[in-house]
Design a protein around this ligand. Structure first.
Ligand SMILES: Nc1nc2c(ncn2[C@@H]2O[C@H](COP(=O)(O)OP(=O)(O)OP(=O)(O)O)[C@@H](O)[C@H]2O)c(=O)[nH]1
Length: 382
């Protein structure tokens, strides 16, 4: 039976992610196609809809923050320890989702407001990879349209979306939200007509008191040229989470992105999984060979086990999301502190360490998940 699509809602703080989730939920309930809801935002105060899995049940946000946030005020990655906990518990989440899959139409995933922690940490990558390996996963990047009417805010939003697309390589839909307040026609035009964007830039330059320097507009000019290619990979919809306008269009866009996932992403994912399994088998055989030759060499002399090699009985077992991650000293890209997470023995075919390694070495990861549609584009000879 086909797996239900997972819609992962991302976007800057205040863009309306939670309200958008609430609208999607109401819409699907109305159609008698209730979704399965996962809240991965530990800091959200009120979740205005029933959720089936809620990270807040397992993570005491305030406590984690107290425990892990360094006193140095310059350290701004406050959401990071929570994302590490998510990564360590993601297999349980996937396990539950897989059990429920036959009875649900869609999975809706709300992500932490601190988007950079989620998208750019190794743990965030583990969460998205795990989800995308099990379900057709689509990213919905929510934009606060009324706050995007200036060329510079529009550009920074697009650059952010672009960087997320490059990082996750998952099919993405741009959702211009709050269109009850501000029509998104201007933004769609800027995305399809380069000259219209240039004209808006010029207009802003004339209006400005000089703060929008020539340097700034020339920078944005060049960036918009670069982004032109990126726009081709996106579906764009305008919605109002308040009124419900445009939600049908959004679900149509999801259907088309799911097809893209099946056509381009899934085969590559399966290929990568097979390669990993084969490599694992080779490694096991190699280890077995080594063990055999070791035994031959040692002959009849019995070896006493080294005292300090015993497996500590006090090592905490990972049973639930809440006691999952005590080794949270993470882990933006580049950190290597994964030794404590050697677990794994849970579901899935690789350990958390393997996954961290892949997440931390994007080049390796490209080999693994090479070629999905966006990758194909990236690697295509030009
Ligand atoms: N007018 C209007 N307001 C909206 C819409 N969607 C969201 N809002 C408002 O925007 C504000 C932020 O919405 P949230 O859903 O909390 O945004 P969020 O992205 O989840 O915020 P974080 O959890 O901080 O990242 C709230 O005041 C919402 O009522 C919309 O479609 N129209």
């Amino acid at each position: 039976m086909a797996q239900p699509p997972a819609i992962m809602v991302v976007g800057m703080a205040g863009s309306g992610k939670t309200t958008f989730m609430q609208r999607l939920n109401a819409h699907l309930h109305e159609k008698k196609e209730p979704p399965y809801i996962v809240n991965l935002d530990p800091a959200v105060k009120n979740v205005p809809f029933d959720r089936h899995i809620d990270i807040r049940d397992s993570v005491n946000y305030k406590q984690v923050m107290k425990q892990y946030v360094p006193s140095d005020p310059s350290v701004k990655v406050r959401g990071l320890p929570v994302v590490v906990r998510l990564a360590n518990g993601i297999d349980q989440v996937i396990g539950i989702l897989e059990k429920r899959a036959p009875t649900i139409s869609r999975i809706l995933v709300d992500t932490p407001g601190q988007i950079e922690c989620f998208v750019w940490s190794a743990s965030g990558a583990i969460v998205t990879d795990a989800l995308a390996s099990s379900f057709p996963t689509v990213l919905a990047y929510v934009i606060d349209t009324p706050r995007t009417t200036s060329t510079s805010t529009f550009m920074s939003n697009m650059l952010y979306a672009c960087s997320i697309l490059y990082k996750t390589k998952l099919p993405m839909i741009i959702v211009f939200n709050k269109t009850d307040v501000q029509d998104a026609a201007f933004a769609k035009e800027w995305m399809t007509d380069f000259e219209a964007f240039q004209a808006a830039l010029r207009q802003e330059e004339e209006k400005e008191d000089g703060s929008n320097s020539g340097y700034m507009s020339s920078l944005m000019n060049s960036m918009s040229l670069m982004l032109d290619e990126f726009y081709n990979h996106l579906d764009v919809v305008s919605v109002s989470s308040m009124t419900g306008a445009g939600i049908d269009d959004f679900f149509k866009a999801v259907d088309s992105k799911v097809e893209e996932y099946k056509k381009d992403y899934l085969p590559e994912l399966e290929k990568a999984r097979k390669e990993r399994e084969e490599k694992k088998k080779d490694d096991q055989n190699e280890q077995l060979d080594r063990l055999m030759s070791d035994m031959k060499m040692s002959g009849s002399t019995s070896r006493k086990p080294k005292k300090d090699v015993k497996i500590s009985a006090s090592e905490p077992e990972i049973d639930t999301l809440s006691d999952a991650a005590d080794s949270d000293d993470e882990l933006m890209e580049g950190d290597q502190d994964v030794e404590d997470n050697t677990n794994d023995g849970r579901m899935g075919d690789d350990s958390l360490v393997d996954r961290y390694e892949r997440a931390l070495h994007p080049d390796g990861r490209q080999d693994d998940v090479a070629d999905e549609s966006f990758m194909r584009y990236l690697n295509a000879p030009r």
